[in-house]
Ligand binder design. Structure first.
Ligand SMILES: Cc1cc2nc3c(=O)[nH]c(=O)nc-3n(C[C@H](O)[C@H](O)[C@H](O)COP(=O)(O)OP(=O)(O)OC[C@H]3O[C@@H](n4cnc5c(N)ncnc54)[C@H](O)[C@@H]3O)c2cc1C
Length: 298
């Protein structure tokens, strides 16, 4: 953890950058590989952790830009098998500038995400980290089943974890693994062909998609995809199952409600005694993910 602090970042090199959406989309998401060899990060990160990027330049107040966190999308042995190249999944933040003056509405481009998506291979990237000690695979991977639930770039850690489980040098994990990926449009699906290929190669890996604004047919959200899938619902009741969620803040609410409905509060949630155990109370700030539930939302 935090081998490289934000105030003293080390230099990595961008070695690869490519769009990773399924099709032409209104959002732009890139898979990028950064070579960190020779830095303290090399060989010292795990799937599920995040690393930091300090974009060049200064913010409007004249201070050096603050560090931004990005989930590591590689297995713990990196993209190169040696832990020297880590990757992430960056979405360009594009917005209209918000201000008190209604006449101010020009284009706002998120500083770090757009810089990372703009730079060419060979560019230097100031990196920090790694960070995160809970959103990790267990030590004994073969003793668990996995339900991974992602929205958008929340898929990043699961790309690393699924590869770690299925492509491990000691052999693939043969326990059930379900990955549920939620996006607004079908074209926004990330690493789609890679997950299809993994599902074809491994009977125990199941890849599900939930499209919230489909061209036709009903809207589906990730929590619905979990609730409506009998295999996932049955797996949740198994004491060896671990649930991981990553993506948009708030995505956890629907799944927490499912835990309540399915009588699984004690399995996946930390529920204080002074809060009534009903589904409407999952938004109480004191209701948290429990030991078998890992959540990373941003
Ligand atoms: C643990 C963790 C993991 C993460 N993993 C990933 C990941 O894998 N992939 C990923 O893409 N992101 C990830 N993020 C988010 C990432 O850290 C950045 O927050 C994101 O890339 C935006 O940074 P930025 O510098 O581009 O935007 P910023 O310039 O920091 O802007 C951030 C937000 O503020 C708003 N904003 C700020 N100023 C204005 C203004 N004047 N007018 C209008 N709007 C404004 C923007 O709309 C934008 O939404 C993660 C965050 C965390 C905490």
């Amino acid at each position: 953890m935090n081998l490289v602090r934000p105030k003293e970042p080390v230099i990595g090199t961008l070695v690869s950058t490519a769009l990773c959406m399924k099709g032409k989309s209104a959002s732009f998401v890139r898979h990028i590989d950064i070579d960190v060899s020779g830095t303290p990060l090399a060989g010292n990160f795990r799937a599920g952790q995040a690393f930091g990027v300090v974009p060049p330049g200064r913010d409007p107040s004249g201070k050096l830009h603050a560090v931004r966190l990005y989930s590591i999308a590689s297995p713990s042995w990196g993209e190169d098998g040696e832990g020297n190249v880590l990757s992430t999944t960056v979405k360009r933040v594009i917005d209209e500038r918000s201000a008190d003056d209604p006449e101010v509405h020009d284009l706002f481009l998120g500083v770090c995400s757009n810089w990372l998506c703009d730079i060419p291979t060979g560019a230097e990237v100031a990196v920090t980290g790694p960070s995160g000690k809970r959103f990790l695979l267990p030590e004994s991977t073969s003793e668990h089943n996995y339900v991974f639930v992602a929205t958008g770039t929340g898929i990043a850690p699961f790309r690393g974890m699924v590869k770690e489980l299925l492509e491990h040098p000691d052999g693939p994990c043969d326990r059930p693994i379900h990955l549920v990926m939620g996006v607004p449009y079908g074209t926004d699906l990330l690493y789609h062909d890679d997950f299809i290929a993994l599902a074809e190669a491994h009977d125990n890996f199941h890849y599900h998609t939930a499209i919230s604004r489909p061209e036709s047919g009903p809207r589906r959200y990730v929590d619905q995809a979990v609730v409506e899938n009998d295999a996932i619902t049955a797996l949740l009741a198994d004491s060896g199952t671990l649930v991981y969620m990553c993506g948009i803040k708030g995505m956890e609410t629907g799944i927490y409600r499912h835990f309540v409905d399915a009588g699984l509060i004690d399995d996946y949630l930390e529920w204080p005694n002074d809060i009534e155990r009903v589904r409407d109370n999952v938004t109480e700030r004191k209701v948290r993910a429990g030991a078998r539930c890992m959540v990373e939302v941003y």
